[in-house]
Write a protein that binds this ligand. Structure first.
Ligand SMILES: [Fe+2]
Ligand SMILES: [Fe+2]
Length: 295
């Protein structure tokens, strides 16, 4: 364990106001899967984009590793250190970052499941980032194998995400501290909207959770896990929510889809989400579809 390491996620629960900005720009990527699935040409292209575009925030919605191994997290840590040179960074764990076999169904030491993540990425698995114009709350949906997420489908072991009531309450409390008018965003791993190709939700109890987010005035959810890019708008009686699902940056994209990331621009009036798709001809991420939503 490096003794001189910096905290890798955004300095959690601290105020970070860096002047009044009319717009907030976010770079949203997910599922880098450092280890065998990661594609150097792709994550290096992303490092270049981050260095050139100087986003206000780089948000990474989990699955930094493939098997929660030290070496995988060490490479992810280098990626995060690079991003921190140019932007605020917020990151949460994905199911691949959790060594669920160390404490299945509560047997064993639950703290051991995120030992490597905490060692190399961040002690804080649910960071909060406050910048001018936006509050971003991280939620850890990757809780290993629990009774709540068990299904009869063996494929679901450790795959399904969950949020407990106390996690939602903490998010609510964090947003209550936000300035009126600031954008409110959640970053979490599991997709609450069914994947077009997978036909699956990553998260349990999606209706209840999306309803709770709407009650909190959440404008934007940043997630991944499905390995297919998607942008949705969920209408609620109180508040509509934009869902940015970033595809993977690895060789595990679903259905032969290209790897992808989402570039987001938030103003007082709107949220624009543009998808960048990997072009193997150009060896670069090129502009894909764009959507604009009124806030
Ligand atoms: Fe993944
Ligand atoms: Fe995942």
């Amino acid at each position: 364990m490096p003794s001189d390491r910096e905290p890798m996620a955004a300095e959690s629960r601290t105020e970070k106001r860096v002047g009044e900005a009319l717009t907030t720009t976010l770079f949203h990527c997910s599922d880098l899967h450092f280890g065998h699935p990661a594609v150097p040409a792709q994550y290096e292209a992303i490092e270049t984009i981050i260095a050139e575009r100087h986003y206000d925030v780089v948000a990474i919605s989990g699955d930094l590793s493939q098997r929660a191994r030290s070496g995988e997290f060490q490479r992810a840590r280098v990626f995060l250190q690079h991003a921190k040179r140019f932007s605020e960074v917020i990151v949460v764990p994905g199911n691949h970052d959790v060594a669920w076999w160390k404490a299945p169904l509560g047997f064993g030491n639950p703290m051991a499941m995120l030992e490597n993540y905490r060692r190399y990425i961040s002690e804080d698995v649910e960071p909060v980032l406050r910048i001018a114009g936006a509050t971003i709350v991280g939620l850890n949906t990757s809780q290993g194998v629990t009774r709540r997420t068990l299904t009869w489908n063996l494929r679901d072991i450790s795959i399904i995400g969950d949020l407990r009531r106390d996690q939602l309450e903490r998010a609510r409390t964090e947003f209550e501290r936000s300035r009126a008018g600031d954008a409110r965003a959640i970053v979490m791993h599991h997709n609450p909207v069914m994947g077009e190709l997978s036909r699956r939700h990553g998260l349990k109890h999606t209706q209840r959770i999306l309803g709770a987010f709407a009650e909190m005035g959440v404008d934007l959810v940043l997630c991944g896990h499905d390995h297919q890019e998607a942008v949705h708008y969920i209408e609620h009686t109180k508040k509509g929510t934009v869902i940015s699902t970033a595809g993977t940056i690895s060789n595990r994209a679903r259905g032969g889809r290209p790897s992808s990331v989402n570039s987001i621009r938030i103003t007082n009036e709107s949220i624009d989400v543009s998808t960048l798709l990997w072009s193997s001809d150009d060896k670069a991420f090129v502009p894909g579809p764009s959507k604009c939503f009124a806030r």
